[in-house]
Design a protein around this ligand. Structure first.
Ligand code: NAP
Length: 347
């Protein structure tokens, strides 16, 4: 264990953060999680093993200056995960960019004020690496998303701007702490709380007939339990530094559907029509204009392109090995059924 002081986890109610809290408690750490509502509103966190003795929940908001001062007080390590994860927003500036960027600066400002913090782990995203797969390129931590904007994939823009703001803060302010960024791809897996996360929702949609056919798209998937482990390893590994692209293998939609069928979920409304050829891609690009603006935009910037990336740095430097995507996918489906997000399969 790296510290006897509480580890601060911002946005503890979130899909990823709740698993970070669980992982920290399991390893014997004291945890101080920040939440937006009254702590009693999060019984799933308060019921975690070790929570009664070692979990404290405090209220904080990314949009309120000074809101994290108390939360980080006396902490050696801070995990900043809180940030809105939504694709379909009304106002990208106020709904995404302001909480992501100003919130990051607010949290880092509190860390400077506390005078104690040794390291901040920032939950970034593949979104800060690219919003447009390039079939001729293998993406790594060296790549930055330079294409997103308020009008083009604004969620990606918010994550890029927030991570840049964090590195910029470190460069200009030279605090006593260092920064490590974890950049996960599509995070799936069992949820500790009742909400359906945006990334698991995509799997639910694929299984419930929302997609008309199998499109020429691929995604990198990573199990939420591995993402949580990566955050904790980033404090336990003294030499950890820079960014860590955090994803198991990339899976094409065709393989994903085959995987779900082979796992026994063939009774769901999985897409059947093959739209992976050039004509299918053109059709889907045309149909994307009938979708909500940011969903259509995401489809147009990713369809017909193959995403390839290299996860060697995180495996080598943090010593992480990723759960196979098939195992995570099966756990995700059973978990969505458990929470009532997906109906049980018809016999
Ligand atoms: P999530 O379940 O939606 O969690 C987001 C968290 O941020 C929630 O705790 C939410 O609080 C908090 N939050 C949002 N706006 C806030 C505000 N104004 N003030 C304080 N807290 C606020 O999403 P997640 O998937 O766990 O995402 C966590 C982090 O991982 C985010 O930074 C996201 O960008 C990043 N990430 C996610 C994925 C993925 O596939 N899931 C992939 C890469 C990176 P409430 O519960 O009160 O809303």
């Amino acid at each position: 264990m790296k510290t006897n002081k509480p580890v601060c986890v911002t946005g503890a109610s979130g899909f990823i953060a709740a698993h970070i809290v669980r992982e920290l408690l399991e390893r014997g750490y004291r945890v101080r999680g920040t939440v937006r509502k009254n702590p009693e509103s999060y019984p799933f966190l308060l019921a975690l093993p070790g929570a009664a003795e070692r979990l404290e929940l405090v209220q904080a908001d990314l949009l309120a200056a000074g809101s994290y001062d108390l939360a980080v007080e006396g902490c050696d390590y801070v995990m900043h995960t809180a940030s809105p994860y939504e694709i379909n927003v009304k106002n990208p500036q106020t709904d995404l960019v302001d909480p992501a960027v100003n919130g990051t600066e607010t949290v880092l400002e509190s860390c400077i004020k506390s005078g104690n913090v040794k390291r901040v782990i920032f939950t970034s995203s593949i979104a800060a690496i690219t919003d447009e797969p390039d079939s001729n390129k293998v993406f790594t931590e060296k790549d930055w998303n330079t294409m997103s904007s308020l009008d083009r994939n604004p969620y990606h823009f918010s994550k890029t701007a927030a991570e840049l703001a964090a590195w910029d803060f470190i460069m200009k302010r030279r605090p006593a702490f260092d920064l490590v960024a974890i950049n996960p791809f599509m995070v799936i897996g069992p949820s500790l709380g009742p909400s359906l996360n945006t990334s698991n929702e995509i799997i639910r949609d694929i299984m419930t007939g929302v997609y008309p056919g199998i499109m020429d798209m691929n995604w990198g998937f990573v199990d939420v339990r591995d993402v949580a482990k990566a955050h904790v390893l980033a404090i336990e590994t003294d030499t950890a530094s820079g960014r860590y692209l955090c994803s198991a293998e990339a899976v094409h939609m065709r393989e994903l559907v085959a995987l779900l069928k082979s796992a026994g979920f063939e009774g769901y409304a999985l897409p059947k029509i093959n739209l992976t050829g050039k004509a299918g891609t053109m059709l889907m690009k045309a149909l994307s204009f009938t979708q909500p603006k940011n969903i259509g935009m995401y489809i147009r910037t990713t369809i017909g392109r193959t995403m390839r990336y290299d996860n060697a740095k995180i495996r080598r430097e943090l010593g992480i090995s990723f759960k196979p995507v098939k195992e995570s996918m099966i756990d995700t489906v059973h978990d969505m059924i458990k929470w009532g997000h997906l109906p049980p399969q018809k016999k």
